[in-house]
Design a protein around this ligand. Structure first.
Ligand SMILES: *Cc1c(COP(=O)(O)O)cnc(C)c1O
Length: 384
């Protein structure tokens, strides 16, 4: 097969399965509204859970940082790109979350890749929840370690895997809040099972940090556990982008030697680190925002109970409605758009086959009228 034939075949397959993806530029995609050209929709698709992407303190800190330091870091942190703004953010994060150290990465994808590629060796075993994010599973499949996936949120299934012999070390990987389902992992049970088997636990809390638990400290804090490795990302509740790995001092030193995504990549702009510190401040004092979000979640769930689509058992900002069929999901998303609400249709392979869904995300930036408009649009769209 030629290159051209291979690419043509892959594209036709996507088109035939109604799974072809394309992107459209917009003027604003985070916050309450999605704006494109002359039109705007109520935005139920962004991960900007607290609305911080537009927060004046965060925007102001970035602006001030850019004026002071310029816009680029100038290099990898191992060369000239490690600024006192990075160090200050790392210290603040480590203190907030109760770890010895935090290391910044440019994205959650890079952080997950870095940790797994730096830690896992040939004889090792990686046990991951079946619904783990693509960045974790991708890292796992690139690593020489043996990957085994356990049934979603099923501690007994994990224990069965932990009981099997592994020639090397074992790392258990799960998420605090699952990105496409919005449900939470049984972290206390998973931590206990991992510890009993001398395995390390890594938790990716991309969707829990900032929104779950006291002060928004996230899923681990709320479950009373401290994993060996915690990954938090800044593209969701923090409203910015980037990520951090939290760990003890030796692991941080180890990653500083061996994490290639850290060593061979330009560090985030110092102004971004300054914006993130402002965002952290807002999050720490963000009980009002979290309360607002919780009210929106409750209002949506109460109103959606009568829909002919099943609500997932989720207490978080992620409230998917499982439709099943790809075409029907797309048609529903289209009808919602015609009614002023932007909801993304999520299809396989992002989610398992036959579970295409409307992934609705609620944020603290939504008003009651936004939730009511969404509910009305959903009832109308389902009736059509
Ligand atoms: C979004 C997400 C990531 C990737 O983080 P980015 O900073 O967007 O690269 C990793 N893990 C999970 C669970 C996510 O939802």
């Amino acid at each position: 097969m030629s290159w051209q034939a291979r690419i043509d075949a892959a594209l036709s397959e996507r088109r035939e399965n109604h799974a072809f993806r394309s992107r459209e530029p917009n003027e604003q995609g985070s916050g309450r509204w999605l704006v494109r050209g002359e039109q705007r929709w109520r935005n139920f698709s962004s991960n900007d859970y607290l609305g911080l992407s537009q927060h004046p303190d965060v925007v102001g800190a970035w602006r001030q940082g850019a004026e002071r330091y310029g816009v680029g870091s100038g290099g990898s942190g191992h060369v000239t790109g490690y600024h006192h703004e990075h160090a200050a953010l790392e210290t603040a994060l480590a203190q907030w979350l109760g770890f010895d150290r935090a290391l910044l990465f440019i994205s959650g994808f890079a952080a997950n890749q870095a940790v797994i590629s730096a830690l896992m060796q040939k004889e090792d075993c990686l046990l991951a929840d079946r619904l783990s994010h693509a960045s974790l599973l991708e890292a796992a499949s690139l690593s020489p370690a043996r990957l085994r996936r356990f049934a979603h949120n099923d501690t007994a299934a994990l224990q069965t895997l932990l009981a099997k012999p592994c020639a090397g070390e074992t790392l258990v990987v799960t998420e605090g809040v699952f990105s496409m389902d919005g449900d939470s992992a049984p972290l206390a049970q998973i931590a206990r099972a991992s510890r009993a088997a001398n395995a390390w636990l890594m938790v990716d809390d991309a969707h829990g940090i900032g929104v779950v638990g006291e002060e928004g400290r996230g899923s681990c804090f709320a479950s009373g556990i401290k994993p060996d490795i915690l990954v938090v990302t800044f593209g969701k509740a923090f409203g910015v982008s980037g990520a951090a790995v939290l760990c003890d001092g030796d692991v941080a030193d180890y990653l500083t030697q061996f994490a290639r995504h850290l060593i061979y990549s330009t560090s985030m702009p110092p102004a971004q680190a300054a914006a993130l510190r402002a965002s952290l401040n807002v999050i720490q004092q963000g009980d009002g925002l979290r309360k607002r979000l919780a009210q929106n979640i409750a209002r949506f769930r109460a109103g959606a109970a009568g829909l002919p689509l099943a609500l997932v058992d989720s207490a978080t900002a992620i409230q998917p409605l499982i439709v099943g069929d790809n075409l029907r999901t797309q048609a529903l998303a289209q009808r919602l758009r015609e009614r002023g609400c932007w909801v993304t249709a999520i299809r396989p392979p992002t989610v398992p086959a036959g579970t295409a869904r409307l992934r609705i995300t609620l944020t603290a930036a939504h008003e009651n009228e936004d939730i009511d408009a969404l509910l009305e649009a959903l009832y109308d769209a389902c009736r059509e």
